[in-house]
Design a protein around this ligand. Structure first.
Ligand SMILES: *[C@@H]1O[C@H](CO)[C@@H](O)[C@H](O)[C@H]1NC(C)=O
Length: 383
């Protein structure tokens, strides 16, 4: 039975919300004021910035850009130094605030320290948007199971080393591959690094280095009957022609994929407790670009533009986090990972992490049709 809703209730709720917001912003203003004791950052001297830039360049060994021996090259080098200087100023200011307890995470000189925010966005993202793909919604986990407080699939041996998508918007392939590597290890006991390049070259539902969807990638591998290894079909970081021979190397198979219930961090937790899960996030913010360590609770929106993989979760000092595997090399974040705030007020999750999560399903290690049919019968009996 459902009583008709009185229009008075939403109005009262709205008023309460307005009052609450007014108090919250007053509190925030007060809080900000009380931290005005954070010392203003002394500007770093020019020669110190140049030294740091030289050290950063030798560490991150950026490939020379085309045409950098001419005047345009000199111009470019000057510009890079100024972008680096500006980023360093931003990083120093954030870390001074972090030292004063205003943030739970720190920034640092990541591989993107000489890129403007616009350049960064254009270079290393590549999730095509929030168009959710059709997929099975069958839920494998039995209801009533007690969820563990913390899970780390890295420690459980189901996660390969952090990879590097380089200057290619192929994040969707890395995200999907990490989830497939995970379930394959969980089912077979073998951790096999799989080929992003096969997805970039051969999956015509997606757009290679111009972006794609993780669910399409799962669908591609299901329809192809498997995916090749990283070793046999290695990453080039560019769009290439599909290698038909390697396409036939169906080393690892999956059987299905599942969309996690949207905007529900508990549903996401259930999924991640079972296996690594592909998630889409908004990674286009400046604090995300320069993230180095800690539990990320920085500013970000929910305009999903990046595919990554949730490989665990936990809590530290009362703060819940997701363990997220990125594909920007081990030099970004915590060895290539970011811990993102979990159980945030918005049901969409931090940076939209709960908006579009999905994971591959794999029934058995020997993917023969008989075993699969038996499994299906078994499931029907259980259901
Ligand atoms: C979120 O997911 C959990 C676990 O699956 C479920 O019990 C709960 O009802 C869901 N919450 C909402 C608001 O749908």
């Amino acid at each position: 039975m459902s009583a008709p809703r009185s229009p008075v209730v939403p109005a009262a709720a709205l008023l309460a919300l307005t009052v609450a917001l007014a108090f919250a912003s007053a509190a925030a203003a007060a809080r900000h004021h009380s931290y005005s004791t954070v010392p203003a950052q002394a500007e770093r001297a020019d020669d110190e910035v140049r030294r740091m830039y030289a050290a950063w360049k030798s560490e991150h060994g950026r490939r020379p850009r085309a045409g950098n021996c001419d005047m345009a090259g000199d111009e470019e080098r000057r510009l890079r130094l100024e972008v680096f200087r500006d980023n360093l100023r931003f990083i120093d200011a954030h870390n001074a605030e972090a030292d004063a307890g205003l943030h739970s995470f720190r920034l640092g000189l990541t591989p993107f320290a000489d890129l403007t925010l616009e350049e960064f966005r254009g270079r290393v993202l590549g999730f095509s948007g929030a168009a959710r793909r059709a997929g099975s919604t069958r839920y494998l986990r039995r209801h009533g199971d007690q969820l563990p407080d913390a899970v780390d699939w890295r420690q459980l041996g189901a996660v390969t080393d952090v990879k590097n998508q380089e200057q290619c918007g192929g994040c969707w392939a890395f995200s999907a591959v990490a989830a497939m590597e995970g379930i394959n290890e969980i089912v077979t006991g073998n951790l096999v690094s799989l080929s992003e390049q096969e997805l970039i070259d051969c999956d015509s539902q997606d757009n290679g280095c111009n972006g794609g969807y993780m669910q399409n990638a799962f669908e591609f591998v299901i329809n192809n009957g498997g995916i090749d290894t990283e070793a046999d079909y290695p990453y080039t970081g560019t769009d290439g022609t599909c290698d038909a021979n390697k396409l036939n190397e169906k080393v690892v198979t999956i059987d299905d994929f599942v969309n996690v219930a949207t905007n529900n961090e508990t549903a996401l937790q259930e999924a991640v407790a079972s296996q690594p899960v592909s998630v889409a996030i908004d990674a286009g913010g400046r604090v995300f670009q320069h993230y180095q360590s800690g539990i990320f609770n920085g500013i970000c929106g929910t305009k999903l533009d990046h595919g990554v993989t949730a490989v665990g979760y936990g809590s530290e000092d009362g703060k819940d986090f997701w363990i997220v595997k990125n594909s920007w090399s081990a030099d970004w974040g915590e060895g290539g990972y970011i811990r993102m705030a979990r159980n945030v007020p918005s049901p969409r999750g931090k940076c939209g992490i709960a908006m579009d999560a999905s994971y591959p399903v794999k029934y058995s290690s020997d993917n023969n049709p008989t075993a699969r049919a038996a499994m299906t019968v078994l499931e029907m009996v259980v259901a």
